[in-house]
Design a protein around this ligand. Sequence first.
Ligand SMILES: Nc1ncnc2c1ncn2[C@@H]1O[C@H](COP(=O)(O)OP(=O)(O)OP(=O)(O)O)[C@@H](O)[C@H]1O
Length: 799
Amino acid sequence: MTRAKKASSTQAVRSRGEWQPRLRASTGKGKEEMEDEFDGVLKAEVVAEGLSVLGRTGSGSQQAYLNLVLQGGNLNNVELLSEYVYLQHLDLSYNSIRDLSCVSHMPYLLELNVSNNELQTFFDFKPPRNLKEVDFSFNQITEMKDLSAYHALTTLILDSNNISEIKGLQNCSSLTYLSMAYNRIAEISGLTNLFIKTLCLSNNEIVKIRGLESLQALENLDLANNKINSLEGLEGLDLLQTINLKDNQISDLKELRYIDDLPLLRELNLLNNPIQDHPDYWLTVLFMLQRLSELDGMKIKVEEKVTALNKHGPPPEVVAAQDHMSNIMYSMTQPQRVFDSTLPSLDAPYPMLILTGPQSCGKRELTHRLCRQFKDFFRYGACHTTRDPYFGEDKRFDYHFITQEAFDEMTCSGKFIVTMKYSYHHYALSKDTIESIAREGLACCTHMEIEGVRSLKNTYFEPRYILVVPMNKEKYEGSLRRKGLFSRPEIELAVSRVDMYMQINQDLPGFFDAAVNVDDLDDAYVQLSRLIKEFLGLTDQIDSATSRAGSGDRAYPGLQDSSTTMDSSASTTGRFGPITDTNEFLDSAARKYSARVSAKLAIHKSPMEEASMQRRQQAARRALVGKPPSAYAHLFERSTVTAPATLGPDHRLLDRASYTSMLPSGSNVSQERSLLGASPETSSQESGSTSGLSMLSSAGVFSAEGSASFRTPIINIHGPEEEQVEPMILRAEPEPEGDQVGDIASEAPVPLPLTESIIGRPSRTRKSSSPRGTATSRPGSNKKPVLPPIPSGRKIAKT
Ligand SMILES: Nc1ncnc2c1ncn2[C@@H]1O[C@H](COP(=O)(O)OP(=O)(O)OP(=O)(O)O)[C@@H](O)[C@H]1O
């Protein structure tokens, strides 16, 4: 039997309702017409007409016709065929045959089609040794018999009979295709340990899918039009590719769990099942069965798969982007606000320090300790939460504890920049929290889970993220248990997230700026403190020199402060992941990827970025000569005196290499650009239409106070062609007398790039604002150390 025939036969089975009557009509008509002239007995001349394909006989000794087709001849007696012993393919379909004993004389028969006859039993003949494909469909067979003798049988079609039980196949080890549609089968049985690849049992009376578990080769299953209400029984059939369950009783989406693990499942048909009435049916199925390419007879589009995924199981990046998007949207519904306190410089966002890690690993305590020790630089940014305070927790000191209603209201009022739900409670960091800290000239330091970090990375802020994670999970779990605050699932969740944090640290180098093991909180604090001191330039020369020598990298004299000593033995043990040494944290050149990316970013600016930069620089120049551009004026009324980075005694700023390597973290910047769909270096005009969330810089420069503070003698105004980044060596220059820009311009002997002039030279005012007599550079510019400079309000105030 050819494949085409088999296909057409199967097709006939599937649409039996349509074409069976047609068959009956034609057969009936034929009968009427032929009744008088034809007795139904096969004659030699009729056989002669149907013979074809002359070839070698099975024994190979003679030539004979191998194929015989006698379709629709209204035959009821085919005894004559006993003489045609060499036949290999015999088609007697659409006749009225009741006896097939002639086949016993055809030992070489390979294919037999006796569909649409009047057979009441099947295989009533001596089995041909190599009989492979048999079609007994559309007969009146009621019972299956033992087919153990038919070893070679690969295809058996028994559609449209009256069979109620599958049996007799247990030794048909070659059987790969079995079709028994349109019978009276109520239970699947008798298929144990067969190698069937295609099984069609549609249009039967099956209620439960059972008895398939041993069909490990099954690829295609057709159970359409039965009474099945559960998919149970399909699990574990790992080679299944198509399942047709059209016209059944499946109603619950949960049933999909039985097939969601099938690795090769590509086509599923659940048409006309109650499950389709589920409002979210399509996307839920696509989400649960992500490998499907066709559902209910329709090809699935990639966009649909993406939509399903984003709806039901969005990747963390999407969750973060969605959180960011909502906060932006909510914020845009509010009157426009730009936080000038958090817009400290021409090209850098407000700095923040975030400790991230699993719940209750000690990061809150570390955050508080850091804020206490470095109180001149950081202030604790208390988040808002809907959870109740634990015993001993301080309102405002630890969190702003608010009700769910208040939280929702604040969310809708655009008050938050980051929100997340953790263990049934909501958490958020508000803009006002950051803003109020920024107004004091300090940097916000807080702690949060990774979801918050991801969301924050979408904003224009460029916090530095320190991962604090317990390496010893047992110890961590024990400490969570001892606290008595958490349920078992909460503890399990927290502990399971340790691995997630470690994985992120491993998979995404640079995602965190540093990682600290918090198995021992005191040790961890020593490391943290050291990191922060070095970042703030509070370490002593020797210590810094030693650590720099250790890293084999260039020195940063500008980051040292001889007045503060630092124990150089401060342990770096327990550091792990891609960042292994304090210097690496501080020295981005040690992280080659970062340096390279930053260098690329610096060199290959897009025309849009260039244009944006130019606009801003022009505006800055105008501001410096006392003509603040009108578009900015109303936006940047206030200013903060922002953190100076310190210069070393030799008055050198960073060399070009370090300059490029210290650009804002490439990952942050690029992510942000892509997510916001715009360059972060958008012009200030653009900033005017930006919400307070995606803040742009340069307020300090353009504000009255900021402008004044930058009118230093060394500033020179240059045209665009002079605005190349030069090696940043400052030479000794005479301090000019006046502080008017005009004087400055004429007296400054060393032309400097504008951005550098603006942001790198406030330290060279006559009265240094540095507490230790060192020159200060601008806050948060491209020439900053890896951690951004910290607003230094209090620090400056002291001096
Ligand atoms: N705004 C926020 N965004 C994201 N995560 C946050 C935010 N605020 C708090 N979290 C984090 O939510 C988690 C649950 O906070 P909660 O204060 O209930 O836990 P905790 O046991 O006190 O842990 P921890 O000491 O780490 O704060 C903590 O990991 C916390 O850091």
